[in-house]
Design a binder for this molecule. Sequence first.
Ligand SMILES: CSCCC(=O)C(=O)COP(=O)(O)O
Ligand SMILES: [Zn+2]
Length: 225
Amino acid sequence: MTNGNELIESENPMHPARLICELCRNFYTHGWVTGTGGGISIRDRENGLIFLAPSGVQKERIQPDNIFVMRYKDQEYLRTPTDLKPSACTPLFLAAYTIRDAGACIHTHSQSAVLCSLLFDKVFEISNIEQIKAMPNVTRPGHMKYSDRLVIPIIENTEKEEELEGALRQAIKEYPGTTAVIVRRHGIYVWGETVWKAKVYNEAIDYLLELGVKMKQMGIPTVKN
Ligand SMILES: CSCCC(=O)C(=O)COP(=O)(O)O
Ligand SMILES: [Zn+2]
């Protein structure tokens, strides 16, 4: 019987437990995980493990010792730090892993995502912007073109984070080309095949959401026909 500490102890800065801490600090500087909201989970495909941040803590102060580890195949916790609860986003992260075979999933409380959820109805749409080329095609290899239309579904918020799971699962299935779901008046979930792809998609999407808000303010359509 182990306490699972061997799963998070590593000198390697690329170890998922260390990366979660580093990325949460990075996201904090963007205002994406302030006031305990938001977070990130990373899946280690080689070892069949999922790494999760604790719930309700200052995400920019997390240490590897605070990280939960779950076995992917039966979703059993192999490491549970005392006096902490796993992220309330865990069922949503698991949806990205099981439905899309993602390698990491990011949840932010980005103000641009919240504003877009108030300016757009069922989906956020944008086209003919160079930054779109950072986004994947998802249903086929390669990246989107400058003139492609990026469509991100918007689901309604719920009182508890975990209650979003059903709507998020449905949106992922209804929009096979999406790599993100916006939650109205709340934030966004973004995932990718690897942690680095998820990070790039989250940055590109946030840029496009911020731009979308400004374009709407100026009366410029976000989609060019
Ligand atoms: C002010 S945070 C409210 C809960 C929430 O939306 C959230 O993302 C928190 O997730 P956690 O990982 O801290 O359970
Ligand atoms: Zn949240």
